[in-house]
Ligand binder design. Sequence first.
Ligand code: HEC
Ligand code: HEC
Length: 346
Amino acid sequence: MAKKPLHINYKKIIKLTLAYFISLLLLSILTLFWHLDIISFDYKGNSKQVDDIFFMNYDIAQLDDSEENKIVKYGFELFQNTPKYIGPDNGNSEKVYSGNRLSCNNCHLQAGTKPFAAPLIGVINRFPQYRGRENKIGTIEERINGCFVRSMNGKMLPPESEEMTALVAYLKWLNHYAPKDGNINGQGFVNIEIPNRAINLENGKQIYDNVCVRCHGIDGKGVKSSNGFTYQYPPLWGNDSYNNGAGMNRVITAAQFIKANMPFDETYESLKLTDEEAYDVAGYINQMQRPIKTNLDQDFPDLLKKPVSTPYPPYQDPFSMEQHQKGPFQPIIEFYKKTYNINKTK
Ligand code: HEC
Ligand code: HEC
């Protein structure tokens, strides 16, 4: 039998090889664009991407009872049930540091691990840090005490106290996957488009009555937990709420918190309130009576650093206190941009 001559189709081989390399090239270009954020594949189905670091395991129960872990666990306990240990009715009058019965967890949700609820993952690496409120470099202990004298309407914990040591140990433990600079997507709060108008208090009240009242109550005073120390639904105003010097008492900050976290069954993935609604209801709760902090005129020694919705004077601009509380904020933001070339976001 005569052998068939071996027929090599060079044209086809060249074509296939070319096609192969062109596909490879296209794929690398796409990958490069993706890395440079020029294009994005929305594989998680939402546009408000947060870092994977939020989905790691932060279950404190996995820790054994070594001496070191005991401190971390006490820090976690304090974070979740603050008034039980250092609140007004903890039973030891020498250990009353918070003036209200809020827990850290009421604002830093899911034990400080929820994106866009001022999460505290990575915070250790972000300190020491420059702070405008004091116009100096502050330590993590000083930052925590910032929440003690404002959000908790209390007094400062001594930096070397068992409680402060434990809180810091807990934050250090939360930090174990964090990048070196501590900055992650999902940090702080969501951005909202600030409506170019003053707060509409009537609309705010309506939203409160329709959406918030079922948990926070008709008088805004919340509902206590069955343990008698903490709140199941924390108060939004009144004597047991954050004081007027707290970050949450700035309308823009409160609106951003509410937008991504309230009603409590919501998350940043399925936002319920519009920006306008979050803005109006934040204005409504922050116009209510709450504890007054003394010496607020000494905050922000460099007034240019003062956030525009800080509700108390003095200011480095000609706008009234009322406008700093209820807006419209655009004219104030534009004033700082034009006069001082400063971009204000809160
Ligand atoms: C009433 C709400 C509220 C409570 C309660 C509260 N905080 Fe805060 N905390 C805030 C707000 C608002 C900020 C500012 C976040 C921002 O501007 O990104 C903040 C910021 C912080 C920061 C700095 C975060 C950062 O990213 O720089 C730390 C640390 C902190 N709080 C710790 C605590 C601890 C510990 C407790 C309990 C003792 C506590 N907070 C209780 C509202 C609260
Ligand atoms: C389903 C119940 C529920 C609803 C509805 C709800 N909240 Fe909350 N809210 C909570 C809980 C629970 C917390 C504390 C979270 C924690 O400790 O885990 C909280 C915390 C807060 C906080 C921070 C803590 C504090 O006391 O200052 C604010 C501010 C807040 N809610 C505002 C609102 C507003 C405004 C609405 C309406 C738009 C609303 N909430 C609707 C349950 C709810």
